[in-house]
Design a protein. Sequence first.
Length: 348
Amino acid sequence: MKLSIIIVNYNVKYFLEQCLNSILDSNIAFAYEIFIVDNNSTDHSIEYLKSKFTQDNIHFLENRTNPGFSKANNQAILLAKGEYLLLLNPDTVVGENVLSNVCLFMDSTPTSGAVGVKMIDGSGRFLPESKRGFPSPWASFCKIFGLSSIFPKSKLLGEYNLLYLDEDSIHEISILAGAFMMIRKETLDKVGLLDEAFFMYGEDIDLSYRIQQAGYKNYYLPERIIHYKGESTNKGDTVYINAFYGAMKIFYNKYYPDNKFFSLLVLGGIKTKMALEKVMTFLKISNKMRSAKDHKIITYNKDNFSYEEIILQMDYNKKTNIQYQIYSPKTGITIGTHSIKQKNEYVS
């Protein structure tokens, strides 16, 4: 078994259906398996997906509660047989050659412990979490207090998101995103499973760090995928905000327990940021509603384009006022970031 793909689902059955179809349409010449771990979804995800995906290499694990992202991944990791394990978000779409190309890179790069890829959102914009530097107290300080946003290309102030590195080149980096993280099985055997203290965020940072500490390298490859990002979470929800910034506190309490600089400045900054996020979330939602008339939706018919062609066009034509969607005649469903519903333009 070359590859085990692990996807944790929570109430995003239609996004996951599209994700699975993109995997099944991939050009894969080796044995692989897929694990779907459902964290007690209320949208009848398992019943819906089981009726559509009956392949022998697709396995479903059903949790009666929501134990969190880390624990759910660990459940499947313990069952996986692949030489490589891919942690993949359900709200993603992979190009037909991505999985093979990443596996080939790992085959030819034995020092690679894990690999991430270039992720774009529903408007085709590059997601900076695709490649990140180690979140040292200084890098986190710059991130939390906005210095990295003001000077994104600065090596001194922009270490958190590494935006000064070319997004279309291969790089050795420190931190990979759990939305797409292919890991060598022998590496996991050495460093251990995901830390279950992280419920929903931060586990990828922790694991990336431990992989490097074990002597392996993490790489970023400019292989494109769509990550609709956050379709299974409400970013204005207090639970989300607390989990996001709480993960940062867990990480630094774990690795910097005696760092007074971090305790005074960064943890204080996190509390301030949490309060501001709750206010800004409301303003963003209101602004999005006001500016909806300036947006348009471009919908691709999957029968006329490969996933790779669609993702490439989205990447090249990225604009903040465009939302891209993919219509699949096979399922009869159109998938995209579903906040704008007007000015549809079909590409056939």
